[in-house]
Structure formats: structure tokens, C-alpha cells
Design a protein around this ligand. Structure first.
Ligand code: PGA
Length: 260
């Protein structure tokens, strides 16, 4: 199995104005050590209005976090009022773009087809998509979690080349665990992340499956991060609520230091 570098990402959602964003990034830079960034890739995903401020702070203060975005449009320019193009994010040194978050799928009607177009657009702008997949509680209770996630992966990554699949990040986020305080057990999270990897292996082959990084997301906190992060098929975490406070996000990044 190849060595996959862990990636821990903070999805700030629609929280923090640019002053608050600046403060959080600075606080995080005090909490997170050189050893931490040697061991783990860290990305922060502020709202669009904060990205330029966060970029300037990261670059001026040489803070080694990757800059991320939460969404983008799939076209490169044009009459799409209110939308942001991938190339505009790339110009701000955005490295990772969350694509197909369940809130985008559920609240803004994003289908696998739209998500597929966004994945390709993000790759085309030389950024890395963090593709989100995950089942609802009803689907889990009906025994449909695996088939839902398989359909989302095949649809969202349709006609994406194996070498591109190898380079991207897939976040498995059970919808019932997002923002609810109800985390999937480490066993369930591992089983689903293993399913994600198996689907990638089946469709895109061994190299893509061994190299693709798979995050777990859904109520990740300092108390459960270590147990989740040490599962063999979990290579990172996509963190919502707990990423809004420097101390809690730093403790998640430092999961290696905490006893299981
Ligand atoms: P949460 O959000 O950590 O607040 O559950 C995770 C996410 O939606 O990415």
C-alpha cells in the first residue's frame, strides 16, 4: 500500500467575516507546530469573501496551510450571476475545492452530473477537488448506504481519468452525522471508507485506489479524531463545527499526540 499523507480540512461553511477569518488563521498558526505540518497536510476553507484576506495572511506570515474553497461554478466565465469560476480561485492560490458537499446537494439541488462537471473544472484549473459523498439516515437504515455512495462516486467521477482520480480527495460524510454531534463509529466509518476505495479500485484500478485520499467527515472532534484517523482506509478528516475554534481544530490536527 502506498503512503498517503493525511489531509485535515476545516470547512468553515457560512461562518466568519474576513476580520474573524484573519484572527482564526493567526490563532491556528500559533497552535500548530512545525512537527504537525510535517506530519499532516492542513487546509482551511473560508467563505469566498474571506479568501483573499486568508491568502495574504498565509503568504505574508509564511503559514504552511493550504488554502481551500467550499464550492465553485463549473464554467470558466460568463453570464452566471453570483457564481465564482475555478480560475478565479486558482489565481488566489487556492489548492483544494470542496465539491458536492451534502449541503450543496440537498439545499442547492446539485446532482451527480453537476458535481461531475465541477470536479472536471477544478482539475482543469489545476486544483484538487475534495469530492463529498454520503448517505442519509433513511438510506443507512434501509441498508442502502453502500449503493448510494457507489452511485455518487461513479456519477460524480464519470469520465475522469485514473491518474486524476489518484490525485484527488474523496470525503465520506454520512449526512446524519453532519453537525449533529452524532459521529459514525470508527468501525462504520472505516467500513464505508473501505467501500469507497473498493469502488475506486473496481472502476479506476489499483494505483488510483491506493493513492486516492479518503477523508471522514461528520462531527469530527478532538475526542474522536485519533480513533477515526488511525483506521486503515481513513486518510484525513473534513471538519465543520470544530474547525471554527483554533484550539479544537489544532487538537484534531494533533490527533497523533492523543492517546486512543
Ligand atoms: P461537522 O461538519 O464537522 O460540523 O459535522 C462536517 C462537514 O459538513 O463537512
Amino acid at each position: 500500500m502506498s503512503e498517503r499523507r493525511p489531509l485535515i480540512s476545516g470547512n468553515w461553511k457560512m461562518n466568519l467575516n474576513h476580520f474573524e477569518a484573519l484572527r482564526l488563521v493567526q490563532e491556528l498558526s500559533y497552535e500548530i507546530s512545525r512537527d504537525d505540518v510535517d506530519a499532516v497536510d492542513i487546509s482551511v476553507h473560508p467563505p469566498f469573501t474571506d479568501i483573499r484576506t486568508v491568502q495574504t495572511t498565509l503568504e505574508t506570515d509564511r503559514i504552511p496551510f493550504f488554502l481551500g474553497a467550499q464550492n465553485c461554478h463549473h464554467e470558466s466565465s460568463g453570464a452566471f450571476t453570483g457564481e465564482v469560476a475555478p480560475s478565479m480561485l486558482a489565481k488566489l492560490n487556492v489548492a483544494y475545492v470542496i465539491v458536492g458537499h451534502s449541503e450543496r446537494r440537498e439545499l442547492f439541488g446539485e446532482t451527480d452530473e453537476i458535481v461531475n462537471a465541477k470536479v472536471k473544472a477544478v482539475l482543469g484549473a489545476e486544483m484538487t477537488p475534495i469530492l463529498c459523498v454520503g448517505e442519509t439516515l433513511e438510506e443507512r437504515e434501509a441498508g442502502e448506504a453502500e449503493s448510494k455512495v457507489e452511485t455518487q462516486i461513479r456519477g460524480s467521477l464519470a469520465r475522469v481519468k485514473a491518474e486524476d482520480v489518484a490525485s484527488l480527495v474523496i470525503a465520506y460524510e454520512p449526512i446524519w452525522a453532519i453537525g449533529t454531534g452524532r459521529t459514525a463509529s470508527a468501525e462504520d466509518a472505516q467500513a464505508m471508507c473501505a467501500t469507497v476505495r473498493a469502488v475506486v479500485r473496481d472502476k479506476w484500478g489499483d494505483t488510483a485506489a491506493d493513492e486516492v485520499r479518503i477523508q471522514y467527515g461528520g462531527s469530527v472532534k478532538p475526542v474522536n479524531a485519533a480513533e477515526l484517523m488511525t483506521q486503515p482506509d481513513i486518510d484525513g478528516a473534513l471538519v465543520g463545527g470544530a474547525s471554527l475554534e483554533a484550539a479544537s481544530f489544532a487538537r484534531i490536527v494533533q490527533y497523533r499526540l492523543h492517546d486512543l
